[in-house]
Design a protein around this ligand. Structure first.
Ligand code: SAH
Ligand code: SF4
Length: 376
């Protein structure tokens, strides 16, 4: 059964002009900073550090209600769904946090053919998905030509859909070719905006500088570009998180992916604690206030970390959910972290999310769900 069609245009870009009368016990200092972030779209590093140091329940509640208000003004009660197609679990990189890193010899590897990817799109389309997110490890087997061909075929078959790539770092020329073939968006989390911290999460040869160069290429080319990071990644401090938020305020991406770090038992960080759900929710609210029109998913990692956290993410200011269109038999092999959900038919999962969101007053909609200012 297709998703119900809701056709209103997104609400225009408006900055909230009223402060909701909520969280009366919010600390005056926190309230001032949250209000300033909302008004200016940025804060100095030291102010982000203050905000993030030890937010009280009241601080978080204040940010949440203000952020939900901004999201409501931008998008109404509409939540965009994305169909995620995890098309290869091969990766030549070795990010220390990730379950499909090259050095994890136990990880099972698979690749989807272009025909299998198109079959995933067909099922998603039938169920009302109008954005396909093609994600993979960094797999050299999918050359520039191969990816371009896949994008071209999806573009031809689904002219009314958005195509998002999340395939890691490539050359400027390759990115340009994907864009010319019809890809609309690209997700490439910066992971951490501190180069020393970046070094501790990755192996030699992976640098923040090269990651940021890719992000600026992508934006320059014209992609709706997504950055982002994990909350609670090993060695992360409040200073690093503050730098992440300053980076987002300067780079001003169209999309921001933020979820808690979750350990994977076959990685060097397998015994590290998971990131905080409450801190992730607070940061989602701050990002919504800072970038009112941003496409902000309540991520799978967030939903995995705590039951009900995906809905809480929407209530904290997120406006996107991603559901897995990958073939069910391959999903257990794309295990970035432990306990990632892998079971369930797409139809049932979609319905479950729809029901859950409708209980809190939101509708998932049949819509490409573009960034309001970047419709091509
Ligand atoms: N290979 C591509 C896309 C796949 S990984 C890339 O790296 O860009 C997509 C995202 O999953 C990464 O950006 C990372 O932030 C997240 N991720 C990986 N391992 C994780 C973990 N253990 N916990 C939470 N998120 C993780
Ligand atoms: Fe590969 Fe991406 Fe995992 Fe890094 S995060 S190991 S690039 S799949």
């Amino acid at each position: 059964m297709p998703l119900p069609l809701i056709s209103e245009a997104p609400v225009a870009d408006v900055t909230p002009d009223v402060t909701p009368d909520v969280a009366p016990d919010v600390a005056p200092g926190s309230k001032r900073l949250i209000d300033r972030l909302s008004a200016d779209g940025r804060l100095p590093l030291a102010d982000f550090e203050t905000l993030l140091s030890s937010p009280s329940d009241a601080d978080r509640a204040y940010a949440r209600v203000r952020a939900a208000d901004v999201a409501q003004r931008q998008f109404g009660n509409r939540v965009f769904v994305r169909g995620l197609i995890e098309f290869s679990s091969h990766c030549r990189k070795d990010c220390l946090y990730c379950g499909i890193r090259k050095s994890n010899r136990e990880a099972e590897r698979y690749r989807l053919s272009p025909e299998q990817i198109l079959a995933c799109c067909a099922e998603g389309y039938r169920l009302g998905y109008r954005t396909f997110v093609l994600q993979s490890g960094e797999d050299a087997r999918y050359t520039t030509e191969v990816v371009t061909d896949i994008v071209r075929r999806i573009r031809a078959a689904y002219p009314d859909c958005a195509i998002t790539l999340s395939i890691g770092q490539r050359s400027t020329a390759a990115y340009q070719q994907f864009f010319d073939a019809g890809a609309d968006r690209f997700l490439l989390r910066h992971e951490t905006a501190d180069s020393e911290h970046y070094g501790r999460l990755h192996t030699a040869g992976q640098t923040l500088e090269s990651r940021l160069a890719c992000l600026s290429d992508l934006k320059e080319i014209g992609f709706q570009t997504g950055a982002g990071f994990m909350v609670g990644s090993p060695f992360q401090t409040v200073h690093h998180l503050a730098k992440d938020l300053v980076f987002l305020s300067e780079f001003r991406p169209h999309m921001v992916g933020i979820g808690p770090f979750l350990p994977h038992h076959r990685t060097p960080f397998g015994d590290q604690p998971a990131g905080s759900v409450d801190l992730t929710l607070f940061i989602l609210s701050l990002v919504r206030l800072m970038l009112p029109t941003v496409l902000l998913p309540a991520t799978t990692a967030l939903g995995t970390a705590r039951t009900g956290a995906r809905d809480a993410g929407i209530q904290a200011g997120a406006n996107v959910v991603m559901l897995n269109l990958s073939p069910p038999e391959q999903r257990p092999k794309y295990l970035l972290y432990d306990n990632k959900p892998v079971s369930g038919e797409v139809f049932e999962m979609t319905e479950a999310v729809r029901r859950s969101l409708s209980r809190i007053g939101y509708d998932i909609v049949v819509d490409r769900g573009d960034h309001p200012k970047e419709i091509r």
